[in-house]
Design a protein around this ligand. Structure first.
Ligand SMILES: [Zn+2]
Length: 436
């Protein structure tokens, strides 16, 4: 394997940032130093004015394979992810059929191994994600699965969730919950409030999410099993989880870019591209999520990348499936939300180090199929590295995305900051913002 030299970027370490060269040889970071004499055949990347840090890890990618390959495939999702600066994706299990057994998990791992990225798998908590019988988590854990979720829906029955937490704990894996009480949210298509009333759309109340967050915090207290809260969207949800974390409970949470950049007002267009579960919330919730991000208390930004083929998504608001694309613009939206004074360490914390820890993809974790992620940016580490240009300006064109789908809510929107290069498993996968 040939060498890559990244010149004079701001290398964002775990504790300090320094302008330096980074030399990558044979899939590893060989050296980080002020100036390096690189081998003459090394591929040179000019990273002046750029941030150089650990490659992004997405905890929440719906890659749609098997079952809905018209919307996305593992291969197209990996391309979209690479362009977005991701070196590892956690594939969600709400495929058709659901990833609730070793045969299907093995299939996705094998397909993932053919892509340049590391594709990890989240297994289902319950068989067919029906919320009734537990899936064989121990068998899937033996294949390297470290996260389990019925995402798309939460586990509704508290006794099933309690059993799942109790079962998961000795396996050393983590459950992840999509928090929405389906009875409270029933039939709802957008956030419940004065606006949903005016628009004549049925609402999904904030309480549908918050009740399950509250319930699950108590189940974690009871079982002491770790739990990750997916895509929290309200101010109270975040407050509750932060409170539980401060008490020492083993809880983590993620926020999704659409929840900290868009509010329910977008639904006034009746454009189903803005339909998502949990829904886009009121402006004060959006502000609270941004505030948490800026304060550095968010464990992870996760995309909830949810491709839908156009013929499905172009239905009326009530009937269209929920979900929007995320992989190709999450980093720019996170950069913007952190603001001009944003600390590059917070940026790489929420996009790489935090999610790598939650998914157990770091150097010191037990890894079965994957290279290590969330690096400290020192020599000897596996070379999963992203070069981000905070000065770049671009705009989203839904026709130009690598995803097989076009359901981005940001079509035509101006963006600040862009991934310039992605080096995954030591290979230059994206250079100058393009796939190599
Ligand atoms: Zn979800």
């Amino acid at each position: 394997m040939s060498a890559i030299i990244i010149r004079q970027g701001l290398v964002v370490g775990e504790h300090v940032n320094t302008v330096a060269d980074v030399l990558i040889v044979d899939g590893r970071i060989a050296e980080v130093a002020a100036t390096i004499d690189a081998p003459s055949d090394a591929h040179e990347l000019d990273a002046r004015d750029c941030w150089v840090g650990p490659g992004f890890v997405d905890l929440h990618a719906h890659l749609r394979e098997p079952g809905r390959e018209a919307a996305e495939s593992i291969e197209s999702g990996a391309r979209a992810g690479a362009l977005g600066g991701y070196c590892a994706l956690v594939a969600m299990p709400n495929t058709e059929p659901a990833l609730d057994n070793v045969a299907l998990v093995s299939y996705v791992l094998e397909r993932g191994a053919r892509t340049p990225l590391d594709i990890a798998v989240a297994g289902a908590i319950t068989k067919e994600r029906r919320g009734e019988l537990l899936a064989p988590m121990a068998e899937m854990a033996a294949l390297g699965v470290r996260l389990f979720t019925d995402d798309g829906v939460g586990v509704q029955d508290p006794s099933v969730m309690r059993r799942a937490l109790t079962y998961a704990k000795p396996l050393g894996v983590r459950l992840a919950q999509h928090c929405e009480d389906e009875q409270l949210a029933a039939g709802g298509t957008m956030n419940e409030g004065p606006l949903s009333g005016r628009l004549g759309l049925i609402g999904r109340p904030a309480l549908a999410e918050e009740l399950m967050v509250l319930r699950d915090i108590e189940l974690v207290r009871l079982t002491t099993a770790p739990l990750h809260f997916l895509h929290l969207s309200t101010s109270r949800s975040v407050q509750m989880v932060l409170g539980a974390r401060d008490e020492g409970l083993p809880v983590t949470f993620e926020v999704a870019p659409h929840h900290f950049t868009l509010d329910e007002g977008a639904c006034a267009s009746y454009d189903p591209v803005f339909k998502v579960h949990p829904p886009l919330r009121a402006p004060n919730d959006v502000a609270a999520l941004r505030d948490a991000l800026r304060r550095g208390v968010v464990d992870a930004v996760a995309t909830d990348h949810a491709p839908h083929a156009p013929e499905l998504k172009d239905l009326v608001f009530d009937e269209a499936p929920a979900g929007m694309l995320g992989l190709e613009h999450a980093a720019a939206l996170t950069f913007e939300a952190l603001g001009p004074a944003g600390d590059p360490r917070t940026f790489f914390q929420v996009l790489s180090r935090g999610p790598a820890r939650i998914a157990q993809l770091r150097e010191n974790d037990i890894r079965v199929h994957h290279s290590a992620h969330g690096a400290a940016m020192v020599s000897g580490e596996d070379a999963n590295v992203t070069v981000f240009d905070p000065r770049s300006h671009w705009s989203v064109d839904r026709n130009a995305l690598e995803s097989r789908s076009m359901n981005t809510p940001y079509d035509g929107r101006a963006m600040s900051g862009r991934v310039r290069a992605t080096i995954a498993k030591g290979r230059l996968v994206v250079d100058q913002g393009r796939l190599t």
